[in-house]
Ligand binder design. Structure first.
Ligand code: ZN
Length: 419
C-alpha cells in the first residue's frame, strides 16, 4: 500500500463473537478492508442461498438442519437480514411457508453476487443495473481525465469484463453467443461443477446431450439454452475453440464474426510495437476520425480551415500527414535517420506501403512500422501545439525525438538495425 502505514486504516476495528457475545473492539493497525481485491481470499463469503421445494415439511427440514449446523459451528445467520423467496405456488401456500419460518418475505428479482436472480425471462428493467454500471464507469470523474490509451484499456478490461460476467450467467436479450456457447462445452465435457452434475443427473441422464430431445419441465432460459445446440453442432470440430484444455470465448467470437470485412491496414495497428497512445491516434487517422479542420468545417464550425504549418491548403488528412511541406520534411528526416530509402507519391500509397511492411517479421519491418506510427503521432502533436500554443519544433528536433522513441521500444536485434 502506498500510504504511510501508521495512520491509514486507523478507523477500522473488529469485534469477535465469543459464545454469542461480542468482545471488546480490536482496533486494526494495518490490513485489508472490505472491497479490497485481496479480501475474498481472506474472508468467508457471507451470502448463502438455500433451495428447497415449496412445501412446508421440506422447508422446515432444511431450516432445522441449518439451525443444528449453527449451534454446532457457531455460524449463525442474521434472520433480520434474511429473506424467503417463493415461486411456482399459490399466494396462500407461499404465505403459509413464510409464516412457518418467521422470516421476512422477499421478492424476485433479488441480487446475488451482483446479478439479478429471477424466475422468468430477464426484462429490460432487470438488465438496467448492467447498463447503469457500465455508464457509471464511463461517466465517472476519473474516466474524464484518462488519455485515449487509458480509455481503451478501461473498455477492454473493466467494461468488457462486466459484460462478459453477465453473458456467462444469462442468455442476454441481445445475446452474446460466444459466451453462452461456453456452457455447451462445459456440459458436454461433464466438467466437475455442481450445476453440470445436476443437469446430468436430472435431465441428460444416460442420453447423449447433443442428440437427445429437449427435456420437459425446464425453465425458459434452460429451454432456450437446449434449443440452440445446433449452433455448436454446425461448427464440426469443437477442438478448434479449445486452448490448453479450456474453451476460448475469444476464439469462438472470432469464428462467429468471420464475415466482417477486414481492412488492408489492420496489421499496422495489430502488429504495432509503437506506444499505445501513438497507435491509437493512427487508428483514428486511418479511419478518418481525427478532428482535422476539414472535418470541423463539415460540422459547421466557424474556423479558419487552413493548414497551420504552410497556410496554403485546407487541412485535410492527406495534406496534414503527407502533402504538407512540413510533414514531407519530417518524413524524409525520419526515414534518412533510420536508413530507409523510398519515394512515395500519395498518402494512400504511404499507407499501402506501410500495410505491406507491417506483415513482415524482420526487425527492419518492425522499425518501419514504429516509424510510421510515431511520425504520424508526432505530426499530430505538432499540429496541436501550433493550434493551441502557437509553437512548433524544428524538423530535426522532431525526427530525433521520433528515432529516440523508436529506440526505446526496440529489442537488441532491432536496435542493431538502427545504429
Ligand atoms: Zn500544410
Amino acid at each position: 500500500m502506498a500510504l504511510p502505514g501508521k495512520y491509514c486504516l486507523g478507523s477500522v476495528s473488529y469485534s469477535i463473537l465469543v459464545n454469542g457475545f461480542p468482545t471488546k473492539p480490536i482496533p486494526a493497525k494495518k490490513g485489508l478492508r472490505q472491497g479490497d481485491p485481496m479480501s475474498p481470499y481472506l474472508f468467508a463469503i457471507d451470502d448463502l442461498l438455500m433451495f428447497a421445494r415449496a412445501y412446508i415439511p421440506s422447508v422446515s427440514a432444511i431450516f432445522q438442519a441449518f439451525t443444528k449446523f449453527s449451534k454446532a459451528s457457531g455460524l449463525e445467520a442474521n434472520l433480520h437480514k434474511s429473506d424467503v423467496c417463493v415461486a411456482g405456488v399459490s399466494d396462500t401456500a407461499a404465505s403459509q411457508i413464510v409464516d412457518a419460518l418467521g422470516i421476512a418475505k422477499g421478492s424476485f428479482p433479488f441480487k446475488y453476487l451482483g446479478v439479478p436472480l429471477t424466475t422468468r425471462k430477464l426484462s429490460y428493467t432487470d438488465c438496467k443495473p448492467l447498463i447503469e454500471k457500465t455508464v457509471a464507469r464511463i461517466k465517472s470523474w476519473a474516466t474524464k481525465f484518462l488519455p485515449y490509451a487509458g480509455r481503451l484499456q478501461l473498455v477492454r478490461s473493466v467494461l468488457f469484463g462486466i459484460q462478459l460476467y453477465w453473458c456467462q450467467i444469462f442468455v442476454m436479450p441481445k445475446k452474446n453467443k460466444a459466451a453462452v456457447l461456453k456452457h455447451y462445452w462445459a456440459l458436454s465435457m461433464k466438467q466437475d461443477r455442481l450445476w453440470i452434475k445436476w443437469m446430468h443427473t436430472y435431465y441428460v441422464k444416460h442420453h447423449n446431450f447433443w442428440t437427445m430431445q429437449v427435456p420437459n419441465g425446464l425453465t425458459w432460459s434452460m429451454r432456450k439454452f437446449w434449443a440452440n445446440r445446433e449452433v455448436f453442432v454446425d461448427f464440426g470440430d469443437i477442438d478448434q475453440f479449445i486452448t490448453h484444455g479450456k474453451y476460448s470465448i475469444q476464439k469462438m467470437y472470432l469464428h462467429l464474426r468471420q464475415n466482417a470485412t477486414t481492412v488492408s491496414w489492420k496489421r499496422i495497428i495489430c502488429n504495432s510495437k509503437a506506444s499505445p497512445k501513438a497507435t491509437f491516434i493512427v487508428w483514428l487517422a486511418l479511419q478518418n476520425r481525427l478532428a482535422t479542420k476539414e472535418r470541423l468545417l463539415k460540422w459547421n464550425m466557424q474556423i479558419d480551415g487552413g493548414c497551420v504549418s504552410c497556410q496554403t491548403q485546407v487541412e485535410t488528412l492527406e495534406h496534414l500527414f503527407y502533402e504538407c511541406i512540413f510533414s514531407k520534411r519530417v518524413w524524409s528526416s525520419v526515414l534518412s535517420k533510420i536508413g530507409v530509402d523510398i519515394t512515395i507519391q500519395t498518402w494512400q500509397g504511404e499507407i499501402d506501403w506501410e500495410a505491406k511492411k507491417s506483415r513482415g517479421t524482420k526487425p527492419r519491418d518492425k522499425i518501419c512500422n514504429m516509424a510510421f506510427v510515431e511520425t504520424i503521432y508526432n505530426i499530430w502533436l505538432q499540429r496541436n501545439s501550433k493550434v493551441f500554443k502557437s509553437s512548433i519544433d524544428y524538423v530535426d528536433v522532431i525526427s530525433s525525438r521520433i528515432v529516440f522513441l523508436i529506440a526505446c521500444r526496440c529489442d537488441d536485434q532491432m536496435r542493431k538495425c538502427l545504429v
